[in-house]
Ligand binder design. Sequence first.
Ligand SMILES: [Zn+2]
Length: 474
Amino acid sequence: MTPWCISRRLLTSAVLPMAMAVLPLPAVAQGVDVERLQDESVRWVQEYLRVNTMNPPGNEIAGARFLAAIFEREGIPYEIAESAEGRGNIWARLEGGDEPALILLHHIDVVPADERYWTTDPLSGAIRDGLIYGRGALDTKALGIVQLAGFLALHRSGVALERDVIYMATADEEAGGFFGAGWLVENRPDIFENVGFLINEGGGGTMVDGVASFGVEVTQKVPYWLRLTTRGEPGHGSRPNPSSAVTELIAALDRLRQHEFPARVVPAVDVMFKGIAPGFSEPWRTRFADLDRAIREPGVLAELQAYQAGLHALTRNTCSTTRLMGSDKINVVPPQANAEIDCRLLPDQDPEEWLAELANVLGTEVDIEVLMGFSPAVSTTDTDLYRTLAAVTDRHYPDADFVPQVAGGFTDSHFFRDLGIVSYGYSPMAPPQEDGSGVHGNDERVSVENVRRGVAMMVEIMSRFAAERPISEE
Ligand SMILES: [Zn+2]
């Protein structure tokens, strides 16, 4: 058992008894019928999946209106803002005390689905064998509804809140979030005053062979999407010069291919690997327990890349060459050639320093244009919110691992980490690992059981973290 595991056990046992205690019902509290919320949530997931918010074009306003109708019925004020025609964002606020506010965030848009490869209509929301099918079931409409249930539980309970809780659903995450979370941060900074915490997609449970493990995403690799340009003398393909825009570009990309960005283990990655190590068989168990030592052994990094490319990517900055553009005529030497490369930086990497390293590798003939790049940020795990997520997860999944995670991909959370908001990727659902292939893939689905359990857990999380006293269940 690692020191980390010991501290988690101590932590959960310290937190649990308080929450299990039955406190007297405050006079204003109505109590919350969790079973009713679970029934409603299953129906809402189905209905939400039927709202077509495939991005492009997104048309998230349809999803915002769906959520607005629920707020109307509950008597909760909300706001809708369109960042562009049809690009709807919606948020609602429950007011509480002065503690830093919490945002429950999910994105309304989903990626397109190719119906030919599905066994159901991707917009059906149909339930088959206890599973709800539809594009967005896991990414992230079910999470949005589970969060909604926690939010409504606070409202229905009538219990006074220690902090504001803001429910937020945004556009455009699947295309970078610039019409959604990024737009709100730019254009509605008022919403984020005194916000301290945020729960978003990007982490949560996975079930492997009947054993659940949970991760809370606390940071992510930082994308740098770059366009490289070379220029040269244009001409006829029958009369080549010693070099051209295209040959210069190829040479630069080959230098990039051969360049090894140094491997190093940043603290968040070290904690994550120590946490997941017990779930692996040897030699990985020992290697992950001391990753810093393991990656110095010859051949281990290459072995890790072949074994788990996603985990390997957490040990270094990476670049994938993904787009190439030269002449559009076979017999014309073009004046210019371009490549686009998808680079991901370790969460503590200074981007300027790294760009200088890259420029050095590529050479002076190459112009580098940053198409997209974020600033790096890590959310601390030393918060009451993190401890609450750990305690509630432990109560429902007592045998599950619970580890802070570094994501290789990115979510909207970076917009909020940039504002200093502690942002966690966490979902109180544990779908089987094989269902993960449905995210952006075929037959995306979530079980009714996961939605129901998720609702119960989210109600508990809200009750412990946001309510002045635990809300009672009817
Ligand atoms: Zn997503």
